[in-house]
Ligand binder design. Structure first.
Ligand code: GDP
Length: 295
């Protein structure tokens, strides 16, 4: 997903690495190009500014002047800061709770929450966990049935649907079934809206208070671009996010949302959605992604 950014950065770096001493003007010019490349990769502006400022502070200081190959040094600084922005390591799910551990899936409508719930269920089942899926989406017609079908495909438990029941009541019933029937994990798939609205946030917060999730995963389309900052900030502020899942990474060549969302929330990106199938979920590895960005 970072192909175009990667190409841009390598052309910037090619100009630097072949040279000896670098002046402050050379570094400034290179960073201007890094800035454009990141913006073109759809990284949000405040995140780009902060990133470039950090690289510049290090690049113009002692490190570059004293190094044998200043160009290489700048490349290394950009690489290090990129990893620092993406997070330092792949972070697995936290299921540390008296069973059932609750995973709350949040995000906008169409972001891939329901599909990702199914993917996580498949993944956890492979780890020999007993998983229960429950849909709290009482607004979108057939949303609950969609999750029920996915549960069937994943061969995991599904909370029986009671038409007309509201999200908090469904949550209580899911927890009760989870406890009574010895489930290890309950995945709650919340309703999304087309835009962030306060009613949605209040409802998700009410569910969170009842469910006490160990993980609240913000699911976002990798194509979200500049809106990533508002989305990540709002959800983190109102419901508290523990991790991020970026979906449709298979269809995106830019990937700037990864940097933006991690930077805004300080929460790790845990998984990448790589397709519509239930096995198309990858653990996120920042170092590998940074390597891809830099080519
Ligand atoms: P929700 O409204 O957030 O629950 O979104 P859905 O899970 O229903 O997903 C919306 C659409 O996106 C569906 O057609 C999914 O098959 C598709 N989708 C979800 N995740 C991915 C992904 O990682 N890659 C691709 N290509 N499609 C995805």
């Amino acid at each position: 997903m970072f192909e175009s950014l990667s190409q841009r950065l390598s052309s910037v770096f090619d100009k630097l690495t072949g040279r000896g001493a670098l002046s402050e003007a050379d570094v400034t010019e290179a960073l201007r190009e890094v800035r454009v490349a990141l913006l073109e990769a759809d990284v949000a502006l405040p995140v780009v500014k902060d990133f470039v400022a950090r690289v510049k502070a290090r690049a113009i200081g002692q490190e570059v002047v004293k190094s044998v190959s200043p160009g290489q040094m700048v490349v290394k600084i950009v690489h290090d800061e990129l990893i620092a922005t993406l997070g330092t390591e792949g972070v697995e799910l936290n299921l540390n709770a008296v069973p059932p551990a609750v995973i709350l899936m949040v995000g906008l409508q169409g972001s891939g929450k329901t599909t990702t719930s199914g993917k996580l269920a498949v993944r956890l089942k492979k780890e020999r966990k007993k998983v229960l899926l429950a849909s709290l989406d009482v607004y979108r017609p057939a949303a609950q049935q969609q999750l029920e079908i996915l549960a069937g495909q994943a061969d995991v438990g599904s909370l029986p649907i009671i038409m007309g029941e509201m999200p908090v009541a469904i949550t209580k019933r899911a927890l009760e079934m989870g406890r009574k029937e010895g489930y290890d994990v309950v995945i709650l798939d919340t309703a999304g809206r087309l835009h962030i609205d306060q009613e949605l946030m209040a409802e998700v917060a009410a569910v969170r208070d009842v469910a006490k999730p160990v993980e609240t995963l913000l699911v976002a389309d990798a194509m979200i671009g500049q809106d990533a900052v508002t989305l990540a900030h709002e959800f983190n502020e109102k419901v508290g996010v523990t991790g991020i899942v970026l979906t449709r990474v298979d269809g995106d060549s830019r990937g700037g949302a990864a940097l933006s969302m991690r930077a805004v929330t300080g929460r790790p990106i845990k998984f990448l959605g790589q397709g519509e199938k239930l096995d198309a979920l990858e653990v996120f590895h920042p170092d590998r992604i940074a390597g891809r960005i830099l080519g």
